[in-house]
Design a protein around this ligand. Structure first.
Ligand code: GLY
Length: 302
């Protein structure tokens, strides 16, 4: 059953940003669903859906991303093909609007899984992945946030996420195509004011992204330092595979692990091999949308 689910982050999304988040995940879902409906691949659908959210300044991915401590924007992304278990990821790349496309190039055109920083950017040049100016990624909202944070030397990502009020607009998508292939992907600008070179969960296969055709696929969002410690995406896949949980129960199980073991906050989207969805989050809100062959209208909520 063709199915697709997207997320645009889990945090205390303010009322005046609800509409942008709703429209953003809706547009991303449409882009991916159009590909699946025409018989396209899950990988193409995931890349297209995430590209839409990387272009959208609403989200912490591509344009609109958080600014790091050095005043730069460094981006992370990963993608995984559940049929072959091939995976590609990039971390701490600059001046690239679509890091998910670069992650896919790493998967498709290199023998590696994860390339970082200058090496990843060198690979991007070799593969003719477009570069952009730093100003193309920076939006006024995030420049203002960065300036405000500089007045608070004690600011930390832990403080931000533990308070459960700070933004976490990482984006992600999981899709299942006609051939039964599940693909997952995640893209992010990381956390506000992160240390230069900091890498979160999103490009870590098993933490931010995971897919295996015989079970399902997962993309996560939230406080990366906590998500990495519980290997969140793979833990959810294991709960479906070994504990026979439904995607809904496995999603809830993952968020419960995140909270009880490491006091983490975030959200997850899950799609199993039958095209059934699971969503869980322990933040006030999460932007998410899904649709499959059996639905006349997509589900969209923030
Ligand atoms: N979950 C995104 C990050 O922590 O980088």
């Amino acid at each position: 059953m063709k199915s697709i689910i997207v997320h645009g982050g889990a945090w205390d999304i303010p009322d005046d940003m609800l509409e942008d988040h709703h429209n953003g995940v809706s547009n991303a879902l449409s882009a991916g669903w159009d590909i699946l409906k025409k018989g396209g691949s899950a990988l193409d659908a995931v890349e297209a859906a995430i590209n839409v959210m990387e272009d959208d300044p609403t989200f912490d991915a591509g344009r609109g991303s958080f600014v790091n401590m050095a005043g730069q924007i460094e981006l992370d992304a990963s993608i995984m093909d559940g049929r072959t278990m091939r995976a590609g990821a990039v971390a701490a790349v600059r001046n690239i609007l679509h890091p998910i496309t670069l992650a896919r190039a790493v998967m498709d055109k290199s023998e590696h899984v994860l390339l970082v920083s200058d090496g990843a950017m060198r690979f991007a040049r070799e593969q003719d992945i477009p570069f952009c100016g730093a100003d193309d990624l920076l939006v006024g909202r995030e420049f203002e946030r960065w300036k405000e944070i500089q007045t608070r030397p004690a600011y930390s990502g832990k403080e931000a996420f533990a308070g459960n009020t700070k933004p976490g607009d990482t984006v992600g998508c999981v899709a299942l195509d006609d051939e039964g292939t599940i693909a997952s992907g995640t893209s992010t600008g990381g956390t506000p004011n992160k240390y230069p070179g900091r890498v979160g969960d999103s490009p870590i296969i098993g933490s931010g992204t995971y897919a295996v055709n015989s079970v399902g696929g997962v993309s996560t969002t939230g406080w990366g330092e906590a998500i990495i410690k519980v290997v969140l995406a793979k833990s959810i896949i294991d709960a479906i595979d070994m504990l026979n949980m439904s995607p809904e129960d496995a999603a809830q199980h993952g968020i419960s692990l995140l909270h009880t073991r490491v006091e983490g906050y975030g959200g997850v989207i899950v799609l199993d091999r039958h095209g059934h969805f699971g969503i869980a989050y322990n933040t006030p809100r999460m932007a998410r949308a899904y649709v499959n062959d059996t639905m006349s209208e997509p589900f969209i909520s923030v």
